[in-house]
Design a protein. Structure first.
Ligand code: CO
Length: 170
């Protein structure tokens, strides 16, 4: 089942989300619905605040069109830059809550991801790079009320200011 997406300007996108205390069947169902919503909108990641829930839950699926789906449900995810050599990567990002804006954002290129899965198991992924690292950092920001447009360069901010203003008014 798809859920309505909250768009830029919704207060729920700016709140810090609460930790998940227990992985209930209802929460797994919510995560499934979030995946449906994400696939329907051709996204690769979605955080619970984007469907109006301020809880620390993220879904990600980075499989390509011609591949089998590979959905991941991350409860209480913690995404941290790995120590050691970790150059910043500058790549284009978009967000299902901020349609029509695609800009380059700097992020650490190598991260460690810790989360609880739908079976209440703790999972730790080390040395995560590329799209997965970027997506996990982007979604973690959502859980803290941070949006990728907050991290745009000054010139991108200026260029997209009126678009954002219009979006927030709706
Ligand atoms: Co987003």
């Amino acid at each position: 089942m798809t859920l309505p997406l909250c768009i830029y300007g919704s207060p729920v996108l700016r709140k810090k989300s609460e930790p998940v205390e227990e992985i209930t069947p209802e929460l797994v169902e919510l995560a499934r619905n979030m995946l449906d919503t994400m696939y329907n909108a051709n996204g690769v990641g979605l955080a619970a605040p984007q469907v109006g829930k301020n809880i620390r839950l993220v879904v990600i699926d980075l499989s390509k069109e011609d591949e089998e789906r590979n959905p991941i449900m991350l409860f209480n995810p913690v995404v941290e830059p790995e120590e050691g050599e970790n150059p910043v990567a500058l790549e284009e990002e978009g967000c299902l809550s901020i349609p029509e804006i695609w800009v380059k954002i700097s992020r650490p290129s190598r991260v460690r991801i810790t989360y609880t899965n739908e079976n209440s198991e703790t999972v730790e992924l080390r040395g995560v790079t590329g799209k997965f690292a970027r997506c996990a950092l982007h979604e973690q920001d959502h859980l803290n009320g941070i949006l990728f447009v907050d991290k745009m360069s000054m010139s991108d901010k200026a260029m997209n200011a009126s678009k954002l203003k219009r979006m927030a008014k709706k």
